[in-house]
Design a binder for this molecule. Structure first.
Ligand code: UDP
Ligand code: MG
Length: 316
């Protein structure tokens, strides 16, 4: 097999503190694997600016000017991590054999790339980077991440445990990925649905090298919630079960009321009026809210809006 042409795709949102370092590290690493013939000489780097409000784009343009192996893609605004990845991938789909997506903050160990390419050369079309240890994460992040992957799996979404968006895909997989048109694209859930031969490469997650996380708690929870509700109608079924349960309880209460009436034991009671009202209106609200959530999803999807808008490409 000839050395494959590899494209590294890196979504960047307000990453001015780290971009130079990331570029330097990746360049050094690229030189090494190109020398060893692991990847083709014309393998490149694609930096996608996801509507950063700092100097990220200026830095990307600077890097593009001095290195023709850097492709700069500028989105017209912030579209989010997943869309930024898709923009970088789809824009360059025809020019490369395989693609690796990696975060800008060097938290994913770049040395795992070698293993990914080897697995690819042995025939895998998808290679997942899996964190074998999360010592660098806070206990809170570890706890919520564990919960998230467990819930996803229990609901039948085939997520790969402890795998984020550090993965290799080949051109064929990318073409198929293009057929998943949802705007709320959740790559960790979608990619395993594509099938084909896949492998895992393990690495330990490092500390963010500079700057701070672009996923504060609120954004992280929203991401998890989107992941769950775009992939499974299980929460809706839970509401159905809950509805059945409510109905059963309501019948018991009706029985009690009738019994009280028949034996002439009707004390005007505040508790017995308020309790069911509160309980049932509460559960109704919950059910409606959840249904609303799915209707909202349908609403977003039927609009068929673009996932991202590319404003400019440098070194195309
Ligand atoms: N990112 C992005 N758009 C966003 C948020 C994040 O492109 O709206 C990028 C960010 O620059 C980084 C990657 O997505 O390269 C992962 O973000 P981060 O490291 O902040 O997330 P964490 O590792 O803390 O989960
Ligand atoms: Mg990070």
């Amino acid at each position: 097999m000839n050395s494959p042409r590899l494209l590294l795709v890196i979504p960047c949102y307000n990453e001015q503190e780290i971009l130079h370092l990331t570029y330097a590290e990746l360049c050094r690493y690229y030189a090494e694997i190109k020398d060893r013939g692991l990847v083709a000489q014309d393998s490149k780097l694609c930096l996608v600016n996801d509507g950063s409000r700092d100097k990220t784009w200026e830095i990307i343009e600077e890097l593009c000017a001095k290195d023709e192996n850097v492709i700069g893609v500028k989105l017209s605004r912030n579209f989010g991590h997943q869309s930024a990845i898709m923009a970088g991938l789809e824009k360059n789909m025809d020019d490369f054999d395989c693609f690796i997506t990696i975060d800008a903050d060097l938290q994913d160990d770049i040395n795992a790339i070698t293993g990914m390419i080897e697995k690819y050369r042995e025939g895998a079309r998808i290679v997942y980077g899996v964190r074998s240890d999360r010592r660098s994460d806070s206990w809170f992040k570890r706890f919520t991440a564990e919960g998230f992957y467990t819930i996803m799996q229990k609901m039948g979404v085939p997520v790969v445990f402890n795998h984020a968006d550090f993965r290799l895909m080949d051109k064929r997989v990318l073409q198929e990925l293009g057929n998943f048109r949802e705007i709320n694209l959740f790559l960790r859930g979608v990619v395993p649905l594509i099938g084909f031969k896949n492998e895992k490469v393990f690495y330990s997650r490092l500390e963010r090298q500079a700057g701070e996380s672009k996923y504060p708690l609120s954004k992280m929870l929203l991401f998890a919630w989107n992941g769950i509700t775009s992939f499974s109608t299980f929460p809706m079924r839970l509401v159905l079960y809950f509805g059945f349960f409510n109905f059963f309880v309501a019948m018991l209460i009706v029985g009690y009321i009738l019994f009280s009436y028949l034996v002439g034991y009707t004390v005007p009671g505040w508790t017995s009026t308020m309790l069911p009202i509160t309980f049932f209106s509460g559960s109704n609200m919950m059910a409606l809210g959840l249904i609303g959530e799915y209707i909202g999803k349908i609403y977003e999807e039927v609009k068929g809006r673009p996932r991202y808008i590319i404003e400019k490409v440098v070194n195309e």
